[in-house]
Design a binder for this molecule. Sequence first.
Ligand code: GLU
Length: 332
Amino acid sequence: MPADAVPSSGPPPRGRFAPSPTGGMHLGNAFAALLAWLACKSRGGRMVFRLEDLDPARSRPEFAEGLLRDLSWLGLSWDEGPDVGGPYGPYRQSERLHLYQEAAERLAARGLVYPCFCTRKDLRTLASAPHAGEAGPAYPGTCAGLTPGECAAREAAGRRPALRLRCPDEGVRFVDLARGELCLSPADLGDVAIRRSDRIWAYQLAVVADDAAMRISQVVRGDDLLDSTPRQVLLFHLLGAPTPEFLHVPLLVDEEGQRLAKRHAALSLAALRDAGVAAAAATGWLGFAAGLLPEPAPCRAEDLLPLFDPARLPRGPVMLPSGLADRLRRLS
Ligand code: GLU
Protein backbone atom coordinates (compact mmCIF):
# COMPACT_ATOMS: atom_id res chain seq x y z
CA MET A 1 0.00 0.00 0.00
CA PRO A 2 1.65 3.29 -1.02
CA ALA A 3 2.42 6.00 1.51
CA ASP A 4 0.30 9.06 1.02
CA ALA A 5 2.19 12.22 0.24
CA VAL A 6 2.69 14.16 3.43
CA PRO A 7 2.87 17.91 3.23
CA SER A 8 4.85 19.80 5.84
CA SER A 9 3.52 22.98 4.35
CA GLY A 10 0.42 23.56 2.29
CA PRO A 11 -3.16 24.11 3.36
CA PRO A 12 -3.73 24.89 7.02
CA PRO A 13 -4.18 21.56 8.82
CA ARG A 14 -6.98 20.40 11.07
CA GLY A 15 -5.16 19.08 14.13
CA ARG A 16 -6.48 17.62 17.32
CA PHE A 17 -6.04 16.98 21.01
CA ALA A 18 -7.61 13.57 21.73
CA PRO A 19 -7.03 12.86 25.42
CA SER A 20 -8.80 10.21 27.46
CA PRO A 21 -10.30 11.60 30.68
CA THR A 22 -8.86 8.80 32.79
CA GLY A 23 -6.47 10.82 34.93
CA GLY A 24 -4.81 14.19 35.39
CA MET A 25 -2.57 15.75 32.76
CA HIS A 26 1.15 15.50 33.51
CA LEU A 27 4.13 17.11 31.85
CA GLY A 28 4.40 14.23 29.35
CA ASN A 29 0.85 14.70 28.06
CA ALA A 30 1.40 18.45 28.10
CA PHE A 31 4.53 18.04 25.94
CA ALA A 32 2.60 16.12 23.26
CA ALA A 33 -0.31 18.58 23.48
CA LEU A 34 1.98 21.61 23.13
CA LEU A 35 3.66 20.10 20.08
CA ALA A 36 0.29 19.20 18.51
CA TRP A 37 -0.83 22.79 18.98
CA LEU A 38 2.43 24.23 17.61
CA ALA A 39 2.39 21.92 14.57
CA CYS A 40 -1.18 22.97 13.78
CA LYS A 41 -1.10 26.65 14.66
CA SER A 42 2.33 27.35 13.12
CA ARG A 43 0.62 26.57 9.80
CA GLY A 44 -2.53 28.55 10.59
CA GLY A 45 -4.62 25.43 11.25
CA ARG A 46 -7.72 24.73 13.33
CA MET A 47 -7.45 22.69 16.48
CA VAL A 48 -10.11 20.21 17.56
CA PHE A 49 -10.48 18.94 21.13
CA ARG A 50 -12.05 15.47 21.28
CA LEU A 51 -12.61 13.60 24.52
CA GLU A 52 -11.89 9.90 24.13
CA ASP A 53 -14.19 8.68 26.88
CA LEU A 54 -15.31 5.30 25.50
CA ASP A 55 -14.35 3.31 28.57
CA PRO A 56 -16.95 4.18 31.22
CA ALA A 57 -15.05 2.29 33.91
CA ARG A 58 -12.03 4.59 33.57
CA SER A 59 -13.41 7.92 32.31
CA ARG A 60 -14.58 10.56 34.78
CA PRO A 61 -16.12 14.00 34.23
CA GLU A 62 -13.74 15.58 36.75
CA PHE A 63 -10.77 14.37 34.71
CA ALA A 64 -12.36 15.83 31.56
CA GLU A 65 -12.75 19.19 33.29
CA GLY A 66 -9.16 18.95 34.50
CA LEU A 67 -7.87 18.37 30.95
CA LEU A 68 -9.67 21.42 29.61
CA ARG A 69 -8.40 23.50 32.53
CA ASP A 70 -4.80 22.27 32.24
CA LEU A 71 -4.54 22.89 28.50
CA SER A 72 -6.00 26.37 28.91
CA TRP A 73 -3.55 27.08 31.73
CA LEU A 74 -0.69 26.24 29.36
CA GLY A 75 -2.09 28.79 26.91
CA LEU A 76 -3.29 26.19 24.39
CA SER A 77 -6.58 26.90 22.66
CA TRP A 78 -8.95 24.94 20.46
CA ASP A 79 -11.43 26.04 17.83
CA GLU A 80 -13.84 23.13 18.26
CA GLY A 81 -14.50 20.98 21.28
CA PRO A 82 -16.98 19.77 23.90
CA ASP A 83 -17.08 23.17 25.58
CA VAL A 84 -17.17 25.39 22.46
CA GLY A 85 -19.02 23.15 19.97
CA GLY A 86 -18.26 23.21 16.26
CA PRO A 87 -19.44 21.80 12.94
CA TYR A 88 -18.22 18.22 13.47
CA GLY A 89 -19.56 17.55 16.98
CA PRO A 90 -20.39 16.03 19.30
CA TYR A 91 -16.79 16.10 20.56
CA ARG A 92 -17.16 13.32 23.13
CA GLN A 93 -16.68 9.79 21.83
CA SER A 94 -19.37 8.46 24.17
CA GLU A 95 -21.86 10.51 22.12
CA ARG A 96 -20.65 9.21 18.76
CA LEU A 97 -21.26 5.48 19.07
CA HIS A 98 -23.46 5.32 15.97
CA LEU A 99 -20.48 6.37 13.84
CA TYR A 100 -18.38 3.46 15.06
CA GLN A 101 -21.27 1.09 14.42
CA GLU A 102 -21.59 2.44 10.88
CA ALA A 103 -17.85 2.11 10.24
CA ALA A 104 -17.87 -1.48 11.53
CA GLU A 105 -20.89 -2.31 9.35
CA ARG A 106 -19.12 -0.96 6.28
CA LEU A 107 -16.11 -3.14 7.00
CA ALA A 108 -18.32 -6.15 7.79
CA ALA A 109 -20.23 -5.72 4.52
CA ARG A 110 -16.93 -6.34 2.73
CA GLY A 111 -16.28 -9.51 4.73
CA LEU A 112 -13.47 -7.87 6.68
CA VAL A 113 -14.79 -8.43 10.22
CA TYR A 114 -14.90 -11.66 12.23
CA PRO A 115 -15.78 -12.55 15.83
CA CYS A 116 -12.85 -13.47 18.04
CA PHE A 117 -13.38 -15.59 21.14
CA CYS A 118 -9.80 -15.50 22.41
CA THR A 119 -9.64 -14.70 26.08
CA ARG A 120 -7.35 -12.19 27.71
CA LYS A 121 -5.35 -15.16 28.97
CA ASP A 122 -4.86 -16.39 25.38
CA LEU A 123 -3.71 -12.93 24.39
CA ARG A 124 -1.35 -12.59 27.35
CA THR A 125 0.28 -15.85 26.39
CA LEU A 126 0.67 -14.37 22.98
CA ALA A 127 2.02 -11.12 24.35
CA SER A 128 4.89 -12.86 26.08
CA ALA A 129 5.87 -14.83 22.97
CA PRO A 130 9.07 -13.65 21.29
CA HIS A 131 8.24 -11.53 18.31
CA ALA A 132 10.36 -9.74 15.80
CA GLY A 133 9.76 -6.13 14.88
CA GLU A 134 8.59 -3.12 16.78
CA ALA A 135 4.89 -3.53 16.25
CA GLY A 136 4.38 -5.81 19.22
CA PRO A 137 2.84 -9.24 19.05
CA ALA A 138 0.37 -9.48 16.23
CA TYR A 139 -2.81 -11.49 16.63
CA PRO A 140 -2.06 -14.80 14.88
CA GLY A 141 -5.54 -15.26 13.46
CA THR A 142 -6.67 -18.03 15.82
CA CYS A 143 -10.37 -17.24 15.27
CA ALA A 144 -10.07 -16.02 11.67
CA GLY A 145 -11.26 -19.29 10.17
CA LEU A 146 -14.14 -20.19 12.50
CA THR A 147 -17.30 -21.31 10.70
CA PRO A 148 -20.65 -19.65 11.53
CA GLY A 149 -21.61 -22.88 13.33
CA GLU A 150 -18.47 -22.80 15.49
CA CYS A 151 -19.14 -19.17 16.36
CA ALA A 152 -22.77 -19.93 17.25
CA ALA A 153 -21.71 -22.81 19.49
CA ARG A 154 -19.29 -20.56 21.38
CA GLU A 155 -21.92 -17.86 21.80
CA ALA A 156 -24.46 -20.44 22.96
CA ALA A 157 -21.94 -21.47 25.61
CA GLY A 158 -22.01 -17.87 26.87
CA ARG A 159 -18.76 -16.68 25.33
CA ARG A 160 -18.87 -13.11 24.10
CA PRO A 161 -16.72 -12.31 21.10
CA ALA A 162 -14.62 -9.29 20.31
CA LEU A 163 -14.65 -8.17 16.67
CA ARG A 164 -11.50 -8.19 14.57
CA LEU A 165 -10.56 -6.70 11.25
CA ARG A 166 -9.19 -9.15 8.75
CA CYS A 167 -5.99 -7.47 7.59
CA PRO A 168 -5.21 -7.63 3.91
CA ASP A 169 -2.06 -9.31 2.63
CA GLU A 170 -0.36 -6.03 1.84
CA GLY A 171 1.83 -4.19 4.31
CA VAL A 172 1.21 -0.58 5.27
CA ARG A 173 3.42 2.42 4.62
CA PHE A 174 3.09 5.88 6.06
CA VAL A 175 5.24 8.94 6.54
CA ASP A 176 6.11 10.45 9.89
CA LEU A 177 7.07 14.13 9.61
CA ALA A 178 10.21 13.58 11.71
CA ARG A 179 11.17 10.00 10.86
CA GLY A 180 10.29 9.75 7.18
CA GLU A 181 8.68 6.70 5.64
CA LEU A 182 7.85 3.74 7.90
CA CYS A 183 6.32 0.44 6.90
CA LEU A 184 4.90 -2.63 8.58
CA SER A 185 4.43 -6.05 7.05
CA PRO A 186 1.06 -7.87 7.30
CA ALA A 187 2.62 -10.40 9.71
CA ASP A 188 3.53 -7.59 12.10
CA LEU A 189 0.21 -5.87 11.67
CA GLY A 190 -2.07 -8.73 12.72
CA ASP A 191 -5.85 -8.62 12.76
CA VAL A 192 -6.79 -5.52 14.73
CA ALA A 193 -9.57 -5.62 17.34
CA ILE A 194 -12.26 -3.09 16.47
CA ARG A 195 -14.69 -3.92 19.29
CA ARG A 196 -13.94 -5.42 22.67
CA SER A 197 -15.81 -8.44 24.03
CA ASP A 198 -17.65 -6.10 26.44
CA ARG A 199 -18.99 -4.34 23.31
CA ILE A 200 -16.94 -1.19 23.85
CA TRP A 201 -15.59 0.09 20.54
CA ALA A 202 -11.82 -0.28 20.35
CA TYR A 203 -9.59 2.78 20.27
CA GLN A 204 -8.27 1.94 16.77
CA LEU A 205 -11.67 1.99 15.10
CA ALA A 206 -13.10 4.93 17.04
CA VAL A 207 -10.09 7.17 16.52
CA VAL A 208 -10.09 6.58 12.75
CA ALA A 209 -13.86 6.95 12.37
CA ASP A 210 -13.61 10.25 14.27
CA ASP A 211 -10.50 11.60 12.58
CA ALA A 212 -12.17 10.87 9.23
CA ALA A 213 -15.55 12.38 10.19
CA MET A 214 -13.92 15.43 11.78
CA ARG A 215 -11.72 15.97 8.69
CA ILE A 216 -8.55 15.76 10.77
CA SER A 217 -5.55 16.19 8.48
CA GLN A 218 -2.73 16.23 11.04
CA VAL A 219 -2.16 13.81 13.93
CA VAL A 220 0.58 14.68 16.43
CA ARG A 221 0.91 12.37 19.43
CA GLY A 222 3.42 10.52 21.59
CA ASP A 223 5.78 7.82 20.37
CA ASP A 224 3.82 5.35 22.53
CA LEU A 225 1.15 5.38 19.82
CA LEU A 226 3.55 4.75 16.93
CA ASP A 227 2.58 1.06 16.79
CA SER A 228 -1.06 2.04 16.40
CA THR A 229 -0.47 4.26 13.40
CA PRO A 230 -0.05 1.60 10.66
CA ARG A 231 -3.20 -0.11 11.93
CA GLN A 232 -5.02 3.19 11.71
CA VAL A 233 -3.59 3.97 8.27
CA LEU A 234 -5.00 0.65 7.12
CA LEU A 235 -8.41 1.57 8.55
CA PHE A 236 -8.35 4.96 6.81
CA HIS A 237 -7.68 3.15 3.53
CA LEU A 238 -10.39 0.55 4.09
CA LEU A 239 -12.93 3.21 5.05
CA GLY A 240 -12.02 5.26 1.97
CA ALA A 241 -10.90 8.28 4.02
CA PRO A 242 -7.82 10.42 3.34
CA THR A 243 -4.91 9.64 5.66
CA PRO A 244 -3.79 12.52 7.88
CA GLU A 245 -0.15 13.48 8.19
CA PHE A 246 1.54 12.06 11.29
CA LEU A 247 4.16 13.28 13.72
CA HIS A 248 5.13 11.11 16.69
CA VAL A 249 6.87 13.04 19.41
CA PRO A 250 9.30 11.74 22.05
CA LEU A 251 8.07 10.64 25.44
CA LEU A 252 9.23 12.26 28.64
CA VAL A 253 10.69 9.65 30.99
CA ASP A 254 11.87 9.62 34.59
CA GLU A 255 15.40 8.82 35.71
CA GLU A 256 14.69 5.09 35.45
CA GLY A 257 13.54 5.53 31.88
CA GLN A 258 9.87 4.97 32.81
CA ARG A 259 7.36 7.10 30.95
CA LEU A 260 5.46 9.57 33.04
CA ALA A 261 2.30 8.16 34.55
CA LYS A 262 -0.16 8.76 37.34
CA ARG A 263 2.38 7.76 39.96
CA HIS A 264 4.51 10.80 39.03
CA ALA A 265 1.91 12.88 40.83
CA ALA A 266 4.28 15.79 41.55
CA LEU A 267 4.66 16.33 37.80
CA SER A 268 0.95 16.67 37.10
CA LEU A 269 0.06 20.14 35.88
CA ALA A 270 -2.39 20.54 38.77
CA ALA A 271 0.33 19.71 41.32
CA LEU A 272 2.86 22.00 39.64
CA ARG A 273 0.32 24.83 39.58
CA ASP A 274 -0.54 24.26 43.25
CA ALA A 275 3.18 24.29 44.08
CA GLY A 276 3.49 27.78 42.58
CA VAL A 277 4.87 26.92 39.13
CA ALA A 278 3.89 29.50 36.52
CA ALA A 279 2.54 28.31 33.17
CA ALA A 280 5.34 30.23 31.42
CA ALA A 281 7.99 28.25 33.32
CA ALA A 282 6.39 24.91 32.37
CA THR A 283 5.97 26.02 28.75
CA GLY A 284 9.56 27.26 28.52
CA TRP A 285 10.88 24.00 29.88
CA LEU A 286 8.74 21.99 27.42
CA GLY A 287 9.98 24.21 24.56
CA PHE A 288 13.54 23.52 25.69
CA ALA A 289 12.83 19.76 25.86
CA ALA A 290 11.49 19.96 22.29
CA GLY A 291 14.76 21.48 21.09
CA LEU A 292 13.07 24.79 20.29
CA LEU A 293 14.81 26.90 22.97
CA PRO A 294 18.52 26.86 23.88
CA GLU A 295 17.64 27.04 27.57
CA PRO A 296 14.46 26.62 29.63
CA ALA A 297 13.52 30.31 29.79
CA PRO A 298 9.89 31.14 30.66
CA CYS A 299 7.75 31.89 27.62
CA ARG A 300 4.22 31.67 26.25
CA ALA A 301 3.09 28.88 23.91
CA GLU A 302 2.62 31.41 21.11
CA ASP A 303 6.25 32.57 21.47
CA LEU A 304 7.26 29.08 20.31
CA LEU A 305 5.17 29.24 17.12
CA PRO A 306 7.85 30.77 14.88
CA LEU A 307 10.45 28.34 16.27
CA PHE A 308 8.49 25.14 15.70
CA ASP A 309 10.31 22.63 13.52
CA PRO A 310 9.73 18.85 13.73
CA ALA A 311 13.34 18.29 12.64
CA ARG A 312 14.54 19.84 15.92
CA LEU A 313 12.72 17.32 18.11
CA PRO A 314 14.99 14.92 20.02
CA ARG A 315 15.11 11.46 18.45
CA GLY A 316 14.60 9.41 21.61
CA PRO A 317 12.89 9.77 24.97
CA VAL A 318 13.65 12.92 26.95
CA MET A 319 14.82 12.21 30.48
CA LEU A 320 13.47 14.58 33.10
CA PRO A 321 16.14 16.05 35.36
CA SER A 322 15.79 15.32 39.05
CA GLY A 323 14.10 18.01 41.11
CA LEU A 324 12.34 19.38 38.05
CA ALA A 325 9.34 20.66 40.03
CA ASP A 326 11.68 22.77 42.21
CA ARG A 327 13.57 24.07 39.20
CA LEU A 328 10.31 25.08 37.54
CA ARG A 329 9.24 26.86 40.72
CA ARG A 330 12.49 28.84 40.75
CA LEU A 331 11.94 29.77 37.08
CA SER A 332 8.46 31.08 37.87
N1 GLU B 1 -6.93 8.96 23.54
C1 GLU B 1 -5.57 8.54 23.38
C2 GLU B 1 -4.82 8.72 24.66
O1 GLU B 1 -5.21 9.53 25.48
C3 GLU B 1 -4.82 9.30 22.32
C4 GLU B 1 -5.41 9.14 21.01
C5 GLU B 1 -4.61 9.70 19.86
O2 GLU B 1 -3.95 10.73 19.99
O3 GLU B 1 -4.71 9.11 18.81
O4 GLU B 1 -3.82 8.07 24.85
